[in-house]
Design a protein around this ligand. Structure first.
Ligand code: IZC
Ligand code: ZN
Length: 425
């Protein structure tokens, strides 16, 4: 790599989250950000080379200071690049009309059962070609980047045929190759039962298990397998079969669990050894206990609860019960059309009883663990990817306190500045 070293100097707070690469943070450890005041970091060859007090880094590189590009971070907060571990990034079309219907009292499930919701995005996505999907999703990725995010998980699930699911996953792969943000792909063929299988959902489950999962795995188009386990969508029994089939084909399980109604989704996540259980607005106490026992990461999506005008998941209770908690936008055209992880962190504090330190752990290292990237990203430690976000606030509490504003000043991906003051570089 031919890039200059980057020396970020003298941050008022440098959040390192050191020592968290092996297992996700739980309980009181989520409070321990490992802040260096007057902290600096030397980035080179795409990797973090040295983290410490400014004088220490300066001393270590005293003969090479002239070579480096320098960013003065005094008065600023420096954190690991934010990680979004649950999105439906690749899709076509938009659902403002449904938003308006919901504002007038229609529910998310009613709209879906009447052929809208996921079905409406599925027909738009089936019609779209690769280029259209690429272009529409790239716009969202650009916005993710200017909001401080450097890695995004992306699910399929708006194709619901093998060919259309593969199209979404291929586009996600092309975006990974062509965009600064890294994309981690999840297969979610079991996102809804498509209209053509309405009378015979079991046949669709068989299709997912016998045809889609083996082919997606064979072509290495995804790293995880997800299912929308919800009353009226896929039952816990169907979800279990689908998730076990994924595991058999080398795709660890993720699950959309207990989002709209309690449905023992958390219990299922624990019993199949899922990497993560996502949503959990209606998770039972027993389910929460089981997640803690099995170390399943709860990926919480307070933007979805906000946008659906529902009560958020109880993040406080989950952390106190020992569940590792991560945060995500759920970026999708129906229940959470946002790209703002900073907003999600605000909601984590204001709607889920999490502290400013916990939401930052949840949006960085725990989010990285939720996509099996804990060893590569999510903390500022020697040897990890040089993905860094600089916020124009003096401390991490200020980031949550001055809400509703994009405080991201500079975003660094693998050692290069990729966004500055809301613009791509
Ligand atoms: O398109 O409505 N919950 N899947 C499960 C979604 C929301 C995305 C959508
Ligand atoms: Zn989702």
């Amino acid at each position: 790599m031919n890039q200059k070293p980057l020396f970020i100097r003298n941050a008022s707070q440098l959040v390192t989250l050191e020592g968290s690469s092996e297992v996700p943070l739980t309980g009181e450890k989520m409070e321990q950000l490992h802040i260096i005041e007057g902290g600096s970091v030397w980035l080179e060859d795409g990797v973090i080379q040295f983290v410490g007090k400014d004088v220490e880094v300066e001393k270590a590189y005293k003969n090479r200071l002239d070579e480096a590009e320098i960013i003065d971070a005094s008065g600023k907060l420096v954190t690991p690049g934010l990680v979004d571990p649950h999105t439906h990034l690749v899709h076509a079309g938009s659902r403002e009309n449904e938003f308006n219907m919901r504002l007038q009292g229609a529910s998310y499930m009613e709209i879906m059962n009447n052929g809208g919701g996921i079905h409406s995005t599925t027909s738009a996505t089936r019609k779209a070609d690769h280029q259209t999907l690429f272009d529409e999703s790239k716009k969202r990725l650009d916005q993710f980047l200017t909001h401080g995010v450097t890695t995004v998980e992306a699910k399929s699930g708006y194709g619901l045929t093998l060919e259309d699911e593969m199209k979404q996953l291929e586009v996600a792969g092309q975006l990974h190759e062509n965009h600064q943000i890294d994309i981690v792909r999840t297969f979610m063929g079991a996102h809804a039962v498509p209209a053509e299988y309405k009378e015979n959902p079991e046949a669709f489950v068989d299709y997912v298990i016998n045809e889609m999962i083996p082919e997606v795995a064979r072509r290495e188009l995804a790293e995880f397998n997800d299912v929308f386990c919800e009353r009226g969508v896929f039952t816990p029994e169907q979800s279990k079969r689908i998730l076990e089939a994924g595991v058999e084909h080398g795709l660890p399980a993720k699950i959309h669990a207990d989002e709209i109604e309690p449905y023992e989704g958390a219990e299922l996540a624990a019993s199949v050894g899922a990497v993560s259980a996502e949503h959990l607005l209606k998770a039972s106490d027993k389910g929460i206990k089981m997640l803690a026992e099995k170390g399943v990461i709860a990926v919480l999506l307070p933007g979805t609860a906000f946008f659906l005008m529902a009560e958020s998941a109880n993040g406080r209770k989950m952390i106190d019960a020992g569940v590792p908690v991560a945060l995500s936008t759920d970026c999708n055209p129906g229940s959470s059309p946002t790209v703002s992880m900073p907003l999600i962190m605000n909601l984590g504090c204001l709607k889920m009883g999490m502290t400013p330190a916990e939401v930052l752990s949840a949006a960085t290292i725990n989010a990285a663990h939720a996509i099996n990237r804990g060893k590569e990203i999510g903390s500022l430690e020697k040897g990890k990817k040089a993905d860094v976000t600089i916020f124009d606030v003096p401390n991490y509490m200020g980031l949550q306190y001055r809400y509703g504003v994009n405080h991201v000043e500079t975003v660094i991906k693998e050692g290069s500045v990729v966004a500055h003051k809301g613009r791509l570089v």
